[in-house]
Design a protein around this ligand. Sequence first.
Ligand code: 5GP
Length: 118
Amino acid sequence: MTMTYDPENIFARILRGDIPNKTVAETAHTLAFHDIAPHAPHHVLVIPKGPYVDFADFAAHASVEEITDFHRTAAQICEGLGEGYRTISNSGGHGGQEVPHYHLHILGGRPLGPMLTR
Ligand code: 5GP
């Protein structure tokens, strides 16, 4: 079940310009910016501008234009990471999601090790 969107979450505030960010790419529907606490030399967050809580909310409810724009923007960032990269999207408590606005982490710049510790 999808949570109700909280318009005061930190990424909503970044989108409104209340909080600064280091922008990597911006389009009509998508913003990409550097993570404030990077887990790898390259750690970019890609977010839709619309109010979607997580991956499932975005995939189920966003328009075709928003979904295409989001993925094409993310793909352009990934293309610059020739040695490989990892994309992660956390959701809810079990997923370890801290910010309840859908975002894709793009990580790279070093070997990232196993996907999860067992
Ligand atoms: P989550 O755990 O929700 O998947 O990831 C949230 C990410 O947002 C974390 O990696 C965290 O470092 C990042 N983050 C939290 N607050 C800010 C902020 O104000 N600015 C930026 N650029 N990143 C943030």
